[in-house]
Design a protein around this ligand. Structure first.
Ligand code: ADP
Ligand code: MG
Length: 250
């Protein structure tokens, strides 16, 4: 069973088609990276898959449960309960951390599990402390986001996403706001999650990392999937657009 199945996704902004019939399927334990030039629709794809944008057309299922289907060329969304269930399947990590500045590190992590998932506070806090330990931040539970480095803030936002026990994690350029040293510490955390068989979709410009960590890679350009294959084959691609794009990273 696929954890995520997005089919024939279409999305336009102001009459400009940004996603042109995109498919994205991810099975359990898989890591899929999405690469491509700025403006190719990578963030829009993640935003459509995570209900931050609505699809114009296409279908979307999480863990075998269809939450959006296509009818007469339009996307039809399920009811509130179905959307809520789908939203419980994934976690999302952004480029700019998006932590709540007025919450402590611990509260940033525990707030949604307690308030949204209605789980017991003691248990959630104990799990949050475990996650912080895993992220190398055991001693920063009471700090505020502004007291942390960018790399530490991003590790908190990864812990926050994991606290919701998602079936799949989405990353949208998780290291783009970080300098090289802090980038490495985040890539290391994501590699550890991959080794634990966390299902992930990662939009990234870190080509060596993507090559290392991914089961499959998707190269997007101008709202289309140009190629989808293993890292080995993608880096040996004969496709001119793929080669041109990858050439910029050599
Ligand atoms: P990427 O993440 O690959 O850089 P995006 O998905 O952010 O690309 O953007 C794809 C295109 O869609 C860009 O041309 C961008 O300007 C446009 N776009 C994205 N979001 C919006 C929006 N909310 N309103 C209008 N245009 C948008
Ligand atoms: Mg983007």
């Amino acid at each position: 069973m696929n954890i995520l199945e997005l089919k024939h996704a279409k999305k336009s902004f102001d009459g400009v088609e940004v996603l042109k019939d995109i498919d994205l399927s991810v099975s359990e334990g898989q890591v899929v990276s999405i690469i491509g030039p700025s403006g190719s629709g990578k963030s829009t794809l993640l935003r459509c898959a995570t209900f931050l944008e609505t699809l114009d057309d296409g279908s979307l299922s999480y863990q075998g449960q269809e939450v959006v289907h296509s009818e007469n060329g339009r996307a039809v969304y399920g009811n509130k309960a179905q959307i809520k269930q789908a939203m419980g399947s994934f976690g999302l990590v952004f480029q700019n951390f998006n932590l709540f500045p007025h919450f402590s590190v611990l509260k940033n992590i525990t707030d949604a599990p307690i308030r949204v998932q209605k789980r017991p506070k003691e248990q959630v806090e104990a799990e949050a402390r475990e996650l912080l330990k895993k992220m190398g931040l055991a001693d920063r539970a009471d700090a505020y986001p502004c007291q942390l480095s960018g790399g530490q803030q991003q590790r908190v936002s990864i812990a926050r996403a994991l606290a919701l026990k998602p079936a799949i994690l989405f990353f949208d350029e998780p290291t783009s706001a970080l300098d090289p040293e802090l980038t490495l510490e985040i890539l290391k955390v994501i590699k550890e999650l991959a080794a634990e068989k966390m299902t992930m979709v990662i939009v990234t410009h870190e080509m060596n990392f993507a090559k290392d960590v991914s089961d499959r890679m998707i190269f997007m350009d101008k709202g289309l999937i140009v190629e989808e294959t293993t890292p080995e084959l993608l880096f040996k691609s004969e496709n001119q657009r793929t080669r041109e794009f990858l050439g910029k990273y050599h």
